[in-house]
Design a protein. Sequence first.
Length: 482
Amino acid sequence: MRSSTKRRLSFFVIVVILFVALFECRNVAACTTILVGKELTADGSVILGHNEDMGLEATGRLWSQRARRYKENASVDVPYINLPQPHYTHAYWASGNPKGSAGLGTSTQHLPYDSVLVGMNQWGVTMACNWAHSKEEAAPKKGIRRYAIRQLILERSETAHEAVELIGSLIDEHGQADWGGLIYIVADSNEAWVVETTTHHWAARRVPDDAIYAVANQFTIGDDFDLASQDLAQFAETSGWYDPRQGKISFRDAYGLPEKMNQPYDTDREVRIHKLLDGKRGFIEPTDIFVVLRDRYEGTDKYTRPQQTPVWREDLDKNPSLSRTISSNLCQSSSVAQLRGHLPVEVGAIMWYAIANPGYSNYVPIYAGADRVPEAFSWQDGKSSPDSAWWLFKNLQLAGDRDYEKFYPLVKNFWAAHHTSVTVRQQHIEGKVLSLVRDGSKDEAVALLRTFTFNQAQDALNQARHLLELVQPSREEAELAR
């Protein structure tokens, strides 16, 4: 090969690497999470609401995994390490990447322990995650990958506190691969925790029962952490990030990347969450969280219509008229976990689940005691397909956005009325389930929950198809648009 050709190829490779690196840097700040302590909710539940923003290229799916048992001394390969396998792993619901999905920081490969993003297990332990920015250097393919940590939380934790300990032990022993700033959010029916992590360090804070905690894409834990890496202060001091004379170490100040802190990209969402919820303290219900997760700053000067292109942190610097809205077309899924400790966990733990953009989707009640939804929700191929629930709701959003002011109110009001009918049916079914449990017929009660969960998901598909017929362009309109 001639030297000039080699130089051109080398230059091409460098350009590709730089492009990928730039894309990764621009697209590492996504997701919004809300935690509500049990003293602030109407029914005493702990609530975890989350928009999983994975980018315009991502697709999604929802599936269940049964509990499993393993032989003595079994092990499991996860990216990028091998771990001892416990004697059993818990059943869980998970939302995440199908085959071929190309969301943020993912490849189009479909590997074990590399697809779970959000979920709830049989004990009501619920998990979500937000990206953030850390000073600590990343470790590509060295340690344990974040998607594996998420799945392991669901498989191995019976309480939120156990999940915190698991996250900490994995990072302490192996390090966190690929991206150095992650915020894990875990909850059960008793409590909620925020765990902020870097490549090799972490700090965790229990959310007070009388608090609303808003998580965007910046570290929030100061010196008020409850648990942390043993060498948290020592490493920061050695790195020049912390002076012991300042007092107790602040995780945020020591480990957070300063130029990525206190930016409107994050603070606007955090302030907005409190604005919408603070007046409802003591009476907060899942429907209040639905409203927040669908919010685009309606009624304010920050209101922004859906954008055809993504709005990232850097875009706000270039165009201050834009806003990083809570509801975004980057959204892969939206969920609101309602974790009620006064009920048996099979019926007390619900993950209200909206696939694709929450503005165009209803929230389906997914019970911890259920294990099946229509195949369309679990469709494993990320390519556009009429058999995929994700693509059905995504196409509804794309059709509605072409005339947003006209179609979105129609869809919004329809789903609001539909949710009212769902809750009426829910109250009836839960009454039957609890009666069966009291009578000692738990298996029959769980079977009723399974049927109800499946039927509500199927009804959501049917209603979305009808809505799509109303808002999608007619053949004549499509021809004129060409």
